[in-house]
Design a protein around this ligand. Sequence first.
Ligand SMILES: [Zn+2]
Length: 271
Amino acid sequence: MRLTVVGSSDAFNSLGRSHSSYLLEGDGVGPLMIDFGATSLAALRKIGRNPTELRGIALTHLHGDHVGGFAFLVIDGMYNEVRRHPLAVVGPRLTAERIDTVLRTAYGSLADDARPFEMPIREVEPGGIVEVAGVTIEAFAADHMDPPDCPLCLRISANGKVIAFSGDTRICDGLFAAAEGADLLVAECTALTHPCGRHCAWEDWRALLGPGIPNTSGTAGPEPRARRTIGAKRVLFTHLGRAVRERAADLVNELPGAAIAFAEDGMVVMP
Ligand SMILES: [Zn+2]
Protein backbone atom coordinates (compact mmCIF):
# COMPACT_ATOMS: atom_id res chain seq x y z
CA MET A 1 0.00 0.00 0.00
CA ARG A 2 1.16 3.49 -0.81
CA LEU A 3 -0.14 6.62 0.90
CA THR A 4 0.07 9.96 -0.88
CA VAL A 5 -0.63 13.08 1.14
CA VAL A 6 -2.93 15.12 -1.09
CA GLY A 7 -3.36 17.85 1.51
CA SER A 8 -2.05 18.38 5.02
CA SER A 9 -3.52 21.62 6.35
CA ASP A 10 -6.04 22.49 9.01
CA ALA A 11 -9.40 23.99 8.02
CA PHE A 12 -7.70 27.32 7.25
CA ASN A 13 -5.27 26.21 4.51
CA SER A 14 -2.51 27.44 6.78
CA LEU A 15 0.70 28.40 4.98
CA GLY A 16 -0.94 27.64 1.63
CA ARG A 17 -1.44 23.90 2.10
CA SER A 18 -4.58 22.07 1.00
CA HIS A 19 -7.23 20.58 3.25
CA SER A 20 -6.15 17.26 4.76
CA SER A 21 -6.80 14.32 2.46
CA TYR A 22 -4.91 11.25 1.29
CA LEU A 23 -4.75 8.79 -1.55
CA LEU A 24 -4.36 5.09 -0.76
CA GLU A 25 -3.42 2.66 -3.49
CA GLY A 26 -1.54 -0.54 -4.18
CA ASP A 27 -1.92 -3.96 -5.72
CA GLY A 28 -5.71 -4.33 -6.04
CA VAL A 29 -6.16 -1.40 -3.67
CA GLY A 30 -7.91 1.85 -4.49
CA PRO A 31 -7.20 4.43 -5.52
CA LEU A 32 -9.19 5.41 -2.46
CA MET A 33 -9.27 8.99 -1.16
CA ILE A 34 -9.61 9.64 2.52
CA ASP A 35 -11.68 12.82 2.92
CA PHE A 36 -12.43 15.34 0.18
CA GLY A 37 -12.32 18.91 1.47
CA ALA A 38 -13.12 22.13 -0.33
CA THR A 39 -9.61 22.36 -1.84
CA SER A 40 -9.09 18.65 -2.53
CA LEU A 41 -9.89 18.67 -6.25
CA ALA A 42 -7.26 21.34 -6.84
CA ALA A 43 -4.80 19.44 -4.63
CA LEU A 44 -5.40 16.18 -6.51
CA ARG A 45 -4.74 17.86 -9.86
CA LYS A 46 -1.68 19.61 -8.45
CA ILE A 47 -0.04 16.23 -7.85
CA GLY A 48 -0.92 15.14 -11.38
CA ARG A 49 -3.84 12.89 -10.51
CA ASN A 50 -7.33 12.79 -11.91
CA PRO A 51 -10.57 12.25 -9.98
CA THR A 52 -11.79 9.70 -12.53
CA GLU A 53 -9.01 7.40 -11.25
CA LEU A 54 -10.75 7.13 -7.89
CA ARG A 55 -12.69 3.98 -7.06
CA GLY A 56 -13.85 5.26 -3.73
CA ILE A 57 -13.78 7.93 -1.05
CA ALA A 58 -13.89 7.33 2.71
CA LEU A 59 -14.92 10.21 4.94
CA THR A 60 -13.88 10.65 8.55
CA HIS A 61 -16.43 13.35 9.29
CA LEU A 62 -18.68 15.92 7.70
CA HIS A 63 -16.98 19.28 8.19
CA GLY A 64 -16.39 21.38 5.07
CA ASP A 65 -12.62 20.90 5.05
CA HIS A 66 -13.26 17.14 4.79
CA VAL A 67 -16.39 16.91 2.62
CA GLY A 68 -16.79 20.37 1.03
CA GLY A 69 -15.05 19.37 -2.22
CA PHE A 70 -17.86 17.05 -3.29
CA ALA A 71 -19.62 19.85 -5.16
CA PHE A 72 -16.63 20.27 -7.48
CA LEU A 73 -15.87 16.56 -7.65
CA VAL A 74 -19.41 15.77 -8.80
CA ILE A 75 -19.68 18.50 -11.43
CA ASP A 76 -16.22 17.56 -12.67
CA GLY A 77 -17.47 14.01 -13.24
CA MET A 78 -20.60 15.35 -14.97
CA TYR A 79 -19.12 17.98 -17.26
CA ASN A 80 -15.34 18.00 -17.33
CA GLU A 81 -13.46 14.72 -16.98
CA VAL A 82 -16.66 12.76 -17.45
CA ARG A 83 -16.86 9.80 -15.14
CA ARG A 84 -18.61 6.64 -16.32
CA HIS A 85 -17.81 4.19 -13.54
CA PRO A 86 -19.15 4.20 -9.99
CA LEU A 87 -17.61 6.20 -7.16
CA ALA A 88 -18.19 4.33 -3.90
CA VAL A 89 -18.48 6.59 -0.85
CA VAL A 90 -18.20 5.44 2.76
CA GLY A 91 -18.72 7.84 5.63
CA PRO A 92 -20.32 8.40 9.00
CA ARG A 93 -24.00 8.77 9.75
CA LEU A 94 -25.61 11.63 7.71
CA THR A 95 -23.08 11.40 4.86
CA ALA A 96 -25.73 11.12 2.13
CA GLU A 97 -27.69 14.06 3.48
CA ARG A 98 -24.59 16.24 3.91
CA ILE A 99 -23.25 15.56 0.42
CA ASP A 100 -26.66 16.44 -0.99
CA THR A 101 -26.61 19.69 1.03
CA VAL A 102 -23.12 20.52 -0.24
CA LEU A 103 -24.24 19.96 -3.84
CA ARG A 104 -27.43 21.98 -3.44
CA THR A 105 -25.67 24.85 -1.68
CA ALA A 106 -23.06 25.09 -4.42
CA TYR A 107 -25.13 24.34 -7.53
CA GLY A 108 -28.84 24.29 -6.62
CA SER A 109 -31.06 22.01 -8.67
CA LEU A 110 -28.06 20.57 -10.47
CA ALA A 111 -28.07 18.12 -7.57
CA ASP A 112 -31.19 16.58 -9.16
CA ASP A 113 -29.75 16.25 -12.67
CA ALA A 114 -28.94 12.81 -14.05
CA ARG A 115 -25.27 11.90 -13.70
CA PRO A 116 -23.24 9.66 -15.97
CA PHE A 117 -21.95 7.75 -12.93
CA GLU A 118 -23.34 6.04 -9.85
CA MET A 119 -22.27 7.28 -6.45
CA PRO A 120 -23.42 4.67 -3.91
CA ILE A 121 -23.06 5.97 -0.35
CA ARG A 122 -22.69 3.66 2.65
CA GLU A 123 -22.92 5.08 6.16
CA VAL A 124 -21.00 3.31 8.89
CA GLU A 125 -21.38 3.52 12.66
CA PRO A 126 -18.60 3.13 15.23
CA GLY A 127 -17.87 -0.60 15.48
CA GLY A 128 -18.87 -1.12 11.87
CA ILE A 129 -16.73 -2.69 9.17
CA VAL A 130 -17.09 -2.10 5.43
CA GLU A 131 -15.18 -3.22 2.36
CA VAL A 132 -14.62 -0.75 -0.43
CA ALA A 133 -12.14 -0.34 -3.29
CA GLY A 134 -10.08 -3.34 -2.18
CA VAL A 135 -9.66 -2.31 1.46
CA THR A 136 -11.37 -3.14 4.75
CA ILE A 137 -12.40 -0.13 6.83
CA GLU A 138 -13.15 -0.37 10.53
CA ALA A 139 -14.85 2.64 12.11
CA PHE A 140 -14.30 3.94 15.65
CA ALA A 141 -15.91 6.87 17.45
CA ALA A 142 -13.93 10.12 17.32
CA ASP A 143 -14.53 13.03 19.71
CA HIS A 144 -14.99 16.06 17.50
CA MET A 145 -18.67 16.87 16.86
CA ASP A 146 -21.97 16.69 18.72
CA PRO A 147 -24.80 14.28 17.87
CA PRO A 148 -26.48 13.67 15.53
CA ASP A 149 -23.07 13.90 13.82
CA CYS A 150 -20.86 10.92 14.57
CA PRO A 151 -17.25 11.59 13.50
CA LEU A 152 -14.97 8.61 12.99
CA CYS A 153 -11.41 7.40 13.35
CA LEU A 154 -10.75 4.91 10.55
CA ARG A 155 -8.57 1.81 10.48
CA ILE A 156 -7.92 0.68 6.93
CA SER A 157 -6.40 -2.72 6.10
CA ALA A 158 -5.20 -4.14 2.82
CA ASN A 159 -2.38 -6.35 1.57
CA GLY A 160 -1.25 -7.16 5.12
CA LYS A 161 -0.80 -3.50 6.11
CA VAL A 162 -2.88 -1.32 8.41
CA ILE A 163 -3.13 2.47 8.24
CA ALA A 164 -5.16 4.33 10.85
CA PHE A 165 -6.57 7.82 10.35
CA SER A 166 -7.47 9.94 13.34
CA GLY A 167 -9.74 12.24 11.32
CA ASP A 168 -10.33 15.27 13.50
CA THR A 169 -10.63 14.40 17.17
CA ARG A 170 -9.48 14.98 20.67
CA ILE A 171 -7.48 12.14 22.17
CA CYS A 172 -10.14 9.49 22.81
CA ASP A 173 -10.69 5.75 23.18
CA GLY A 174 -11.62 5.36 19.51
CA LEU A 175 -8.27 6.83 18.48
CA PHE A 176 -6.31 4.33 20.60
CA ALA A 177 -8.42 1.46 19.27
CA ALA A 178 -8.01 2.48 15.63
CA ALA A 179 -4.23 2.88 16.02
CA GLU A 180 -3.52 -0.35 17.93
CA GLY A 181 -0.87 -2.32 16.03
CA ALA A 182 -1.19 -0.14 12.91
CA ASP A 183 1.80 0.17 10.61
CA LEU A 184 1.08 3.88 10.33
CA LEU A 185 -1.16 6.33 12.18
CA VAL A 186 -2.04 9.49 10.27
CA ALA A 187 -2.80 11.74 13.20
CA GLU A 188 -4.13 15.24 13.38
CA CYS A 189 -2.05 17.85 15.21
CA THR A 190 -3.84 21.11 14.70
CA ALA A 191 -2.15 23.28 17.33
CA LEU A 192 0.81 23.34 19.70
CA THR A 193 -1.29 23.57 22.85
CA HIS A 194 -4.85 23.58 24.09
CA PRO A 195 -7.34 25.15 23.92
CA CYS A 196 -7.75 24.26 20.24
CA GLY A 197 -11.33 23.01 20.11
CA ARG A 198 -11.95 19.30 19.81
CA HIS A 199 -8.61 18.62 18.17
CA CYS A 200 -5.28 17.07 19.15
CA ALA A 201 -2.41 19.37 20.07
CA TRP A 202 1.32 18.73 20.03
CA GLU A 203 1.27 18.73 23.83
CA ASP A 204 -1.02 15.67 23.71
CA TRP A 205 1.28 13.80 21.36
CA ARG A 206 4.42 14.72 23.26
CA ALA A 207 2.84 13.33 26.43
CA LEU A 208 1.67 10.15 24.68
CA LEU A 209 4.82 9.43 22.67
CA GLY A 210 7.52 10.87 24.88
CA PRO A 211 9.46 8.87 27.47
CA GLY A 212 8.62 8.63 31.13
CA ILE A 213 5.53 10.74 31.34
CA PRO A 214 2.88 8.70 33.12
CA ASN A 215 -0.75 9.25 32.36
CA THR A 216 -2.31 9.58 35.76
CA SER A 217 -5.81 10.39 34.57
CA GLY A 218 -8.26 7.99 36.16
CA THR A 219 -5.67 6.76 38.65
CA ALA A 220 -7.42 5.08 41.57
CA GLY A 221 -4.55 3.55 43.56
CA PRO A 222 -1.29 4.89 44.97
CA GLU A 223 0.73 3.84 41.92
CA PRO A 224 0.23 5.70 38.67
CA ARG A 225 -1.00 3.24 36.10
CA ALA A 226 1.16 2.48 33.11
CA ARG A 227 1.23 5.21 30.54
CA ARG A 228 -1.36 4.62 27.88
CA THR A 229 0.44 4.12 24.60
CA ILE A 230 -0.42 4.69 21.01
CA GLY A 231 0.11 1.27 19.49
CA ALA A 232 1.06 2.40 15.97
CA LYS A 233 4.55 1.70 14.65
CA ARG A 234 4.88 5.15 13.06
CA VAL A 235 2.96 8.40 13.28
CA LEU A 236 2.52 10.96 10.51
CA PHE A 237 1.18 14.27 11.83
CA THR A 238 -1.23 16.17 9.64
CA HIS A 239 -4.07 18.74 9.70
CA LEU A 240 -1.29 21.12 10.70
CA GLY A 241 -2.04 24.61 11.84
CA ARG A 242 0.39 27.41 11.16
CA ALA A 243 2.21 27.26 14.52
CA VAL A 244 2.79 23.51 14.32
CA ARG A 245 4.08 23.58 10.77
CA GLU A 246 6.41 26.47 11.44
CA ARG A 247 7.97 24.56 14.32
CA ALA A 248 7.83 21.04 12.83
CA ALA A 249 11.62 20.63 12.55
CA ASP A 250 12.08 21.54 16.25
CA LEU A 251 9.19 19.35 17.36
CA VAL A 252 10.77 16.24 15.84
CA ASN A 253 13.78 16.90 18.11
CA GLU A 254 11.51 17.04 21.15
CA LEU A 255 10.82 13.30 20.70
CA PRO A 256 14.20 11.79 19.85
CA GLY A 257 13.90 8.21 18.68
CA ALA A 258 10.17 8.39 18.09
CA ALA A 259 9.06 7.22 14.63
CA ILE A 260 7.26 10.43 13.72
CA ALA A 261 7.09 12.79 10.75
CA PHE A 262 5.07 15.79 9.66
CA ALA A 263 2.97 15.62 6.50
CA GLU A 264 3.58 17.79 3.48
CA ASP A 265 1.33 18.09 0.44
CA GLY A 266 2.48 15.59 -2.19
CA MET A 267 4.51 13.44 0.24
CA VAL A 268 4.47 9.69 -0.47
CA VAL A 269 4.70 7.21 2.42
CA MET A 270 5.10 3.44 2.15
CA PRO A 271 3.81 1.91 5.40
ZN1 LIG B 1 -13.38 18.84 11.60
